[in-house]
Design a protein around this ligand. Structure first.
Ligand code: TXA
Ligand code: MG
Length: 326
């Protein structure tokens, strides 16, 4: 039976014996295993239903452990780690010899991150090694930002969920590739790209979608981060028209909007989303899960504004949406 607690001793004991533990990070909850035990890492893939060639981020306590997991580490990696760790930045680097294929998906690179959440930081410091941990959701589904979300994903199959409360950031880490001469933004996330560029003193190369087949970053597949309820994103006037039409056809429709609406169409349930990107990111996944739970037939969500602060949100919504209007 799944146990939800803040017991770090129990988490350490389970991880050392090769069991899985869900851990809080400031971005989203992770499903963790000892990265040095391939059999333990294999349990992650089984539980998530994730294809086994997808690499998993290794979580470490800090910059001191970088060289245990990566080799040929460029100076920029140390600069970025010094600036943003512990925090929501994942660095892709050449893997150190001995890092298992179970973690890297057989690639010659490894993803490394030192999360800032105090409970998990303490866990990692006491653990000493690395914890392989993807987001603690079934493959393709919305990432969890509360312990109860993880419990809803995996039921009783998971021995322990370490409860660190609601995730402060709410979207996954920013992933930067450092395996070529050009630092590359592989996934926008918790740390804004401009903050990283300010430290680098140059622009990040933006990953192009046509490269996805080569790089095999699961976050770059379409239909990811998705609620079970069909999700349409678009401009508010088009969504209002759609809401009227679908409600008339007997569907239960929820409308999530940022701009003020004069009034909701009869029978439509409406919710106002936050104005600023940080607050929006913090509640986005929990909101999608809550609407799933309430059994709507259709979610209509107003397209967020353009602009650098909204990059991660725009990226996730684009992958979560089944339709786009306008
Ligand atoms: O905020 C986060 O990053 C959360 C928390 C738990 O740390 N983790 C997370 O993990 O989002 P996951 O597995 O859901 O997404 C991590 C992404 C995947 O798309 C994976 O393919 C990519 O990181 N990744 C991991 N190692 C990689 C590598 N060596 N090369 C390229 N991509 C890698
Ligand atoms: Mg994920």
């Amino acid at each position: 039976m799944t146990h939800i607690s803040t017991d770090i001793d129990q988490a350490l004991a389970l991880l050392r014996q090769g069991d899985l533990v869900a851990i809080p990070t400031e971005t989203v909850y992770g499903l963790a295993a000892d990265a040095s035990q391939p059999d333990a890492v294999a349990k992650i893939f089984a539980m998530k239903g994730r294809p086994s060639d997808h690499p998993i981020i290794v979580h470490i306590a800090g910059i001191e452990q970088l060289s245990q997991w990566a080799r040929d580490i460029p100076e920029v990696a140390y600069q970025l780690a010094a600036a943003f760790w512990p925090g929501s930045l994942t660095l892709i680097l050449p893997r150190q010899t001995g890092v298992s294929d179970a973690v890297t998906g057989g690639q010659d690179t490894v993803g490394l991150r030192a999360p800032a959440h105090p409970l998990t930081h303490e866990l990692l410091t006491r653990f000493g090694g690395g914890l392989a941990a993807p987001s603690a959701n079934r493959f393709g589904h919305v990432s969890p930002t509360l312990a109860s979300h993880v419990a809803a994903e995996f039921g009783h199959a998971l021995p322990l969920i370490l409860d660190g409360g609601p995730c402060r950031i709410g979207v996954e880490s920013t992933i930067v590739g450092l395996t070529t001469d050009e630092p590359t933004l592989l996934r926008p996330g918790g740390i804004p790209a401009e903050a990283i560029e300010a430290v680098l003193g140059c622009k990040l190369v933006h990953h192009r979608r046509s490269d996805t087949a080569k790089i095999r970053v699961s976050g770059l597949l379409d239909s990811h981060y998705a609620p079970h309820t069909p999700l349409t994103i678009g401009a508010l006037p088009l969504l209002l028209a759609e809401a009227i039409q679908r409600t008339a056809a007997g569907k239960r429709v929820a409308l999530l909007h940022r701009s003020p609406t004069v009034s909701y169409p009869a029978g439509v349930y409406g919710q106002t989303m936050p104005e600023d990107a940080e607050s929006y990111a913090r509640i986005l996944y929990a909101t999608l899960r809550e609407f799933d739970r309430q059994g709507f037939d259709l979610l209509l969500l107003e397209t967020p504004p353009a602009g650098p602060a909204w990059l991660a949100i725009e990226d996730r919504l684009q992958r979560a949406a089944t339709h786009r209007l306008g």
